[in-house]
Ligand binder design. Structure first.
Ligand SMILES: Cc1ncc(COP(=O)(O)O)c(C=O)c1O
Length: 388
């Protein structure tokens, strides 16, 4: 029987599907996938529903995205980061950040190019680099602070470096890169003429003093950065898959050329909803941060009460917790134990590391707190059983 191509042969089921299935089988509380179990703003959903009911958005959308959405993305980027984006040529709306990253990588990486990946990395980055014929070069971040060594980063750059994939605020560690870290990356990219693909889907999820800085806003970086973001996490609509890329028109033209041959256009009604959401007043973002700060602190206390060690993350909605005081085994074994014996699901982060570096996260697992308070409470109670 004919079978699939070689590029598919090495790919298994993603860790998220695997954990979701296992969690469902054991009826475990799922703190695995970063998928809120509550809705985004009602007024945004009403605008999308109206776009469907009125019949104005039930056919293909323009390939680059509807202009009101592109304009509002440009205004948002101007208001928050003081970046000047041309909504006509500098924004391409994509099917979630996931397709944004795909189209960005495909549009800049040639076969044989090296692409720097900071580990742990969001799991889709690696296969996309490989499909483009790129060669991944890994730079690990290490616990407990989850920072990279500047010398290791420097050593990863060379004349073959074409791009680096960044993700800040970071999944799964919750790191928010500092100005100093971003400056080092920016200097190396300029020295080696490399492009940054910056995945900023958690741009509005930062806590306390942490502030998200888009690397595109650093001197000399706008022309060499494709920034990727999405409505998924900011507006709690992961199911809509409305994302976008922005940057210099020269780079965004490349993204668009890939995009038009992959999805061509995306979810038309959702684009109206997100265009509206981006005009909601400034307190929306503060309220979101306040809500997630409370959830983060609650889960953090629950994990510590259960005997796990964790530091408060500065961004995104994940906590990396060290379980070595309550369990003897690696992250995959602990995850299975937690699901089947305790009734709570998490994600083993070794799925986000290259083979040689998987050991770095041997005693850590990732929990998400994008869940209702009631679910977090139930999970915290169940995990007390870990203390034996
Ligand atoms: C770092 C990162 N990038 C991209 C995505 C995918 O975003 P979207 O749902 O907008 O495709 C996620 C989702 O969890 C993510 O964590």
């Amino acid at each position: 029987m004919p079978t699939f191509a070689n590029r598919v042969a090495g790919l298994g089921t993603t860790i998220f599907s695997e954990i979701n299935d296992l969690a469902a089988h054991h009826q475990a509380i799922n703190l695995g996938q970063g998928r809120p179990d509550f809705d985004g703003p009602k007024e945004m959903i009403e605008v999308a529903a109206e776009a469907m009911l009125s019949g104005k958005a039930n056919q293909y959308a323009p390939g680059m995205g509807i202009l009101p959405l592109r304009r509002n993305i440009a205004q948002h980027v101007q208001a928050f980061y003081n970046l000047d984006i041309d909504p006509e040529t500098g924004v391409c709306v994509t099917s979630g950040a996931a397709e944004g990253v795909y189209s960005a990588i495909m549009s800049v990486v040639n076969p044989g190019d090296e692409v720097i990946l900071i580990e742990p990395y969001f799991d889709t980055y690696l296969p996309i680099i490989e499909w483009a014929g790129g060669i991944p070069v890994y730079v690990p971040m290490r616990p407990p602070q989850w920072t990279f060594e500047p010398d290791e980063l420097r050593a990863a750059f060379n004349a073959k470096t074409r791009a680096i994939i960044l993700n800040t605020p970071h999944n799964p560690t919750g790191r928010v890169y500092t100005h100093e870290e971003l400056t080092l990356i920016a200097e190396l990219c300029q020295e080696y003429d490399a492009i940054v693909i910056s995945d900023e889907v958690y741009e509005h999820l930062t806590y306390a003093d942490a502030r998200h800085i888009p690397i595109a806003a650093l001197p000399g970086m706008f022309d060499r950065t494709i920034t990727v973001s999405s409505a998924a996490k900011t507006f709690s609509v992961t199911g809509w898959k409305v994302g976008w890329t922005y940057g210099h028109p020269e780079l965004i033209t490349g993204v668009w050329r890939i995009h038009q041959n992959v999805t061509f256009a995306l979810n038309h009604p959702g684009q109206f909803g997100v265009a509206h959401a981006l005009t909601m007043n400034g307190s929306y973002y503060e309220d979101l941060q306040a809500m997630y700060t409370a959830k983060r602190d609650f889960l953090l206390a629950g994990l510590r009460n259960a005997g796990l060690k964790a530091i408060a993350p500065a961004g995104a909605f994940y906590i990396m917790a060290d379980f070595s005081d309550v369990f003897d085994g690696d992250d995959v074994a602990f995850t299975k134990h937690l699901i089947s014996e305790i009734g709570v699901a998490c994600i083993p982060p070794s799925a986000f590391f290259s083979e040689p570096n998987k050991g770095i996260t041997r005693q850590y697992v990732r929990f998400t707190y994008c869940k209702t308070d009631d679910i977090l409470q139930q999970a915290a109670e169940k995990m007390l059983k870990l203390r034996g």
